[in-house]
Design a binder for this molecule. Sequence first.
Ligand code: ADP
Length: 323
Amino acid sequence: MSLQLRQLSVRYGRGRNAITAVDHVDIDVPKGTTVGLVGESGCGKSTVARAVIGLVPVAGGQILLDGKDVTSDRARNSNVFRRSVQMVFQDPYSSLNPRMSIGSALKEALAHGRAAEESRRTAAEMIELVGLPQSALKRYPHQLSGGQRQRVAIARALAVGPDVIVLDEVTSALDVSVQGSVLNLLRTLQRDLGLTYLFISHDLSTVRYMSDVVAVMYLGRIVETTPTLELFAAPQHPYTVGLIESVPRLNHPRVRAPLVGDLPDPRNPPPGCRLSPRCPVGPIHRPDRKICTTEDPQAITELTVHRTACHFAARTAQPSVPV
Ligand code: ADP
């Protein structure tokens, strides 16, 4: 199944404290592919995930599954939707009941009304699918390592036979040494089962490894969307360039200062381009570029393969170090 977000907006709070955490976001995830959603902490990535699976209400726009509108809370809370779309979170500890064995947790995830024998067989299949021994079924969450727990969380998501999985920072809490094996498992499962992934991470290298297409998010908006290879070979948006340059590389001293300052207060986003107070090619360095503080570049984003919301995208310097 494909997943499409059309002009999706999500708001938190009311009055002066209201924030639009997700602001007119467009993302297309074709069937069987992975779209990576990357950006600094607080930019709205998890809110996108929570909106897709129905944990927060949608303020505007649409969520489409294979072209079918599932935006209403009722649609996203239906059993049909839950069988089609699952989510795996960053911290499997918080999503697994500490008093329930892994086998029971997997059986519980299965649709009600199944015969006990069928549930047992499916749980055994799932645990094998994620590369854990059958003995893990008798264990409790605290008896497993972080990587094993995350495999269980993946098995539980797979138990209902979904087509689309939203993966939110799934390796961020894991030791670097086991991150790769969990990512490889996800890639193998995608290939074997034809899964569609929305892969969310603040970590650019993880996103690069997993994704066919990357969407870069900044302060609630998508600022650049492009096939992964092109994103790293020819990033167009200064925010993307800043993100790429901020990844530490051995033997590559940083040549150009990346982004200055912190993420602005989302309750009061800057006018014009939201990156303008921090942008290395914007008005703080180039006073002639007033347009950045007066006109919203979101409007010039065209629906092409490589989409960029920047008035000076074509003139944005390439990363100063090879990637
Ligand atoms: P990310 O996943 O990129 O770190 P989030 O989606 O968690 O970002 O947060 C986006 C913005 O929404 C942040 O400004 C955050 O403080 C705010 N936010 C997240 N959850 C809530 C909530 N339940 N109530 C109010 N504001 C929230």
